[in-house]
Design a protein around this ligand. Structure first.
Ligand code: ADP
Ligand code: TRP
Length: 333
């Protein structure tokens, strides 16, 4: 029987933060380890280009994402790990799908609509700051997904609509040209659906409230100390289940440590101490990966090598599917 295909990508548009790790990277790594699937994880660098148009920054962020996956334990023998821009088949399919996608479907995409709303509020031209790549972003994402006949796409909540659009595009193609694409399903880890940032809102680089995954020990400590907490006085019991400090703690601690801190909360630990405990487990957890990350960032050739090997495997999988698509649309005699 064919193995299930699990695929996901992350666009390099900022430093990888704890929210990205907990909601996107950690569950994806877990799936690759525990389930008998074919996992394809990639750096969505051409999606990143819709936002990052500075040579140094683009380059640094792309390698940064690759180094993060590897430092957090991605095994390239087990996962097909590649850079989107090394797989030209994706961009050929992107064009074919573009021609079959109604413009109205893009008009309804949340990310685009959010920019229109913002422009309206600011009273500037509604298309201000919108490039065509951004506008058709969901079609490229559909190409990423459909080209590999993906069954499952692990993503954060904000990406659900994009996976649904990929499904719509696949259905449209299948209706027109006969059964070709599998219909992908998103996988969202409900429990960690939204990781809060320093100010309590969703952790996001757009809000400038993130804890980057590979900060130095000192900066990590400073950031954790900045986390917003309520004004429960010291020595009063506090509810671990409504505490953002506890929420993050649970992601990095052992079950015994979690139980211990839970008890301390009920006995009235101060926020300062709770933050110190969070810092300790996070720092321990991230110490080795941080070393590996810095090592890899100092040897980008090693990253290139891994990504090229991954791209070879990805292209070998993609080629027959693209041929099938081209046959269906009438490209061949
Ligand atoms: P950001 O919001 O910082 O720009 P991205 O949009 O690049 O992050 O997100 C990359 C991945 O991480 C996506 O799958 C997204 O859903 C997930 N993600 C980002 N921030 C969070 C968060 N605070 N909680 C849950 N998931 C998140
Ligand atoms: N749009 C996704 C994000 O912003 C990144 C992405 C690009 C992706 N192509 C994908 C995710 C395909 C899953 C599958 O996070």
């Amino acid at each position: 029987m064919n193995k299930e295909i699990v695929l996901t990508g992350i666009k390099p548009t900022g430093k990888v933060h704890v929210g990205n790790y907990i909601a996107a990277i950690k569950p994806a790594l877990q799936i690759a380890i525990v389930s008998d699937c074919t996992a394809l994880y990639f750096i969505a660098d051409y999606h990143g280009l819709t936002f990052i148009q500075d040579k140094e920054e683009y380059n640094h962020l792309s390698y940064g994402i690759a180094a993060t996956w590897l430092a957090m334990g991605l095994d390239p023998e087990r996962v097909i790990f590649y850079r989107q821009s090394d797989v030209p088949e994706i961009f050929e399919l992107n064009w074919i799908l573009s021609c079959l996608t109604p413009k109205g479907l893009m008009n309804r995409a949340h990310a685009y609509k959010a920019i229109l709303d913002k422009n309206e509020q600011l009273g500037v031209d509604m298309d201000s700051g919108v490039n065509m790549g951004l506008y058709t972003y969901p079609i490229l994402m559909a190409a990423d997904i459909l080209l590999f006949q993906s069954d499952k796409v692990p993503v954060g909540k904000d990406q659900i609509q994009h996976v649904e659009i990929a499904r719509d595009i696949a259905e449209g193609f299948n209706r027109n040209f006969g059964d070709t694409f599998k219909l992908p399903k998103y996988v969202v880890d409900e429990y960690t659906a939204v990781i809060p940032g320093l100010d309590g809102r969703k952790m996001s680089k757009s809000y400038n409230n993130t804890i980057p995954l590979f900060e130095s020990t000192e900066d990590l400590k400073k950031l954790i100390n900045k986390m917003k907490t309520d004004s429960t006085p010291p020595n009063e019991p506090r509810d671990p289940d409504t505490s953002n400090v506890f929420l993050l703690y649970k992601e990095f601690a052992t079950p015994e440590q979690i139980q211990e801190l839970r008890n301390k909360y009920l006995n009235g630990i101060s926020w300062g101490e709770a933050k110190q405990e969070l810092f300790q487990v996070m720092n321990d957890y991230l110490e080795e990966p941080r070393k590996k990350y810095n090592e890899l960032m100092g040897e980008p050739e090693q990253i290139d090598h891994i990504l090229f090997e991954g791209a070879k495997k990805a292209r070998a999988m993609a080629a027959p599917i693209l041929e099938k698509v081209k046959t269906k649309i009438g490209r061949y005699r």
